[in-house]
Design a protein around this ligand. Structure first.
Ligand code: HEC
Ligand code: HEC
Ligand code: HEC
Ligand code: HEC
Length: 372
């Protein structure tokens, strides 16, 4: 079928010489690994089970991983000249509050007296507190780019695999597929944006979803899962048969769902390690953590409540955006053209830690768009 082939590390993927070794490895550790794009082979990127991350012999890391530290391993690609050069997270990004950094701290002790943090109650997260430290894999399951774990989905910018003509392709939309996907676009009828055609694949060209689709004369062409592409090129020869681009749609590989609902609800991410700081507007939800029964310890701004939850009518109907205008209600609150400074609520309209805080690429400046 046109759908994804299963992304498992079956011996068939590896050079023959490695098969015997892997077979042995699987007997010892029967769990079969799988990963979702972009953490899996595309047409041009080689990202699989053994190439970068896992090595079967002489592995430096405790989990048979190639880099001794978890953050190190991630940073071996997530650096400005690595395979994930579009999403670098250098050690200098790890926050020292009031001083430096643009990213939630990593490679730091999970238990921090000053911020009253504790080891997570979520057992999968707690398993990935490594050497007492919070690392990338504490918060991320690097194998699972799935919608069930949520977060903000991403559609990456198409990159040319070949370079035959001057025509360009860009992407837009909001990815809503269940799992991460690599999309491959290939021109199958040459010409300009008026008469050229293309085909597209979700398995790196093994099979094609649809063929000879008009490139759309500058208008968006809908693929699937909320993904659209726009081709431009008005000169003869801009689109040449065989020209290819690849890009992905995926989810941010979260280990558990982001916080939503009130402070006692099931989905806790920030409110897990930071549970001693959760605060609500009243006495009802958690002992000592209500504005009206405050126990005197440091807390966050109230979370897990909607605007005007206390009925005192001093909240605005909508938060203001960076330019002083009221944000729009709902999932796309942006009115100042900078979606990275929006005070966004969870899907049930509650204030959460992430309404005010970013996780990565957060430069703490409302005037600039946060980006790698
Ligand atoms: C072999 C290379 C490689 C390694 C190692 C790697 N990544 Fe990635 N990762 C990528 C690439 C490529 C992307 C896509 C970057 C882009 O273009 O935005 C990516 C994207 C991501 C994303 C973002 C997905 C999205 O929604 O945009 C997350 C989260 C992520 N990686 C986490 C990790 C973590 C955590 C580790 C370590 C456990 C890790 N990665 C190790 C290659 C790698
Ligand atoms: C304290 C938890 C935490 C730690 C530690 C952490 N991340 Fe993240 N990361 C997140 C969350 C949460 C998101 C998604 C935010 C969203 O979807 O709004 C995210 C998103 C990302 C993204 C997508 C880009 C973005 O800003 O949305 C990349 C890439 C990424 N993380 C890589 C890493 C790497 C590499 C490390 C270690 C060097 C790391 N993360 C450490 C929680 C964490
Ligand atoms: C796995 C545990 C864990 C999770 C999950 C977690 N934090 Fe933290 N957080 C910590 C620890 C530990 C520190 C203290 C870091 C240090 O040593 O500076 C911290 C520090 C912070 C700081 C101070 C700046 C910094 O990075 O040092 C902020 C702000 C913060 N966390 C917000 C969040 C938000 C927002 C989330 C949810 C996306 C979150 N945290 C999820 C453990 C966690
Ligand atoms: C209404 C907005 C808002 C919400 C909601 C919010 N914060 Fe903050 N938080 C801030 C601001 C603003 C600062 C910076 C204050 C400063 O620098 O003194 C901050 C600072 C912090 C710090 C660093 C303190 C320091 O000493 O520099 C931590 C840790 C933190 N917040 C954690 C959280 C956690 C965890 C949550 C969710 C339980 C949360 N915050 C919810 C606005 C918010």
């Amino acid at each position: 079928m046109n759908n994804r082939r299963p992304r498992t590390c079956s011996p068939a993927r590896l050079p023959a010489v490695a098969v015997a070794v892997l077979g042995f490895h699987l007997l010892v550790a029967p769990a079969v690994l799988a990963a979702d794009p972009p953490h899996w082979y595309s047409t041009s990127l080689v990202i699989g089970c053994t190439e970068q991350c896992h090595s079967l012999h002489n592995a430096a890391g405790g989990g048979l991983t190639r880099a001794a530290g978890n953050a190190n391993l991630c940073q071996s690609c997530h650096n400005p000249s690595g395979l994930a050069d579009q999403a670098p997270i250098p050690s200098s990004a790890s926050a020292i509050p009031g001083f430096s950094g643009s990213s939630h701290a990593f490679g730091v002790p999970a238990v921090n007296g000053a911020y009253s943090t504790e080891r997570p109650l979520n057992t999968e997260m707690d398993l990935r507190i490594m050497g007492d430290n919070v690392v990338c894999s504490t918060c991320h399951d690097q194998h699972a780019g799935t919608s069930t774990q949520g977060g903000t989905p991403k559609i990456s910018t198409p990159e040319k695999v070949t370079s035959l003509g001057a025509g360009t392709a860009s992407s837009q939309g909001t990815f809503n597929g269940a799992l991460g996907v690599w999309y491959l676009l290939e021109i199958d009828g040459g010409g300009t944006q008026v008469d050229a055609t293309f085909r597209w694949s979700k398995d790196n060209g093994t099979s094609w979803m649809v063929q000879t689709v008009p490139v759309g004369n500058g208008s968006p062409v809908v693929l699937d899962s909320g993904v659209e592409v726009v081709f431009s090129g008005v000169n003869p020869g801009d689109f040449v048969v065989g020209e290819q681009w690849e890009f992905f749609g995926t989810w941010p590989f979260l280990r558990t769902n982001l916080d939503s609902g009130d402070i006692n609800s099931v989905d806790k991410f920030c409110r897990d390690c930071h549970r001693n700081w959760v605060m609500t507007h009243d006495t009802d939800l958690v002992a000592g953590g209500g504005v009206r029964n405050w126990d005197g310890n440091f807390k966050s701004h109230p979370v897990g409540v909607t605007l005007n939850a206390n009925g005192l009518a001093y909240d605005r109907a909508q938060p203001l955006d960076g330019n002083g205008q009221a944000q729009t209600a709902g999932a796309s609150p942006d009115v100042d053209g900078n979606p990275t400074n929006d005070l966004a609520f969870d899907s049930s309209g509650n204030v959460q830690c992430l309404s005010c805080h970013g996780v990565h690429y957060a430069d703490s400046n409302t005037a600039t768009v946060d980006a790698p």
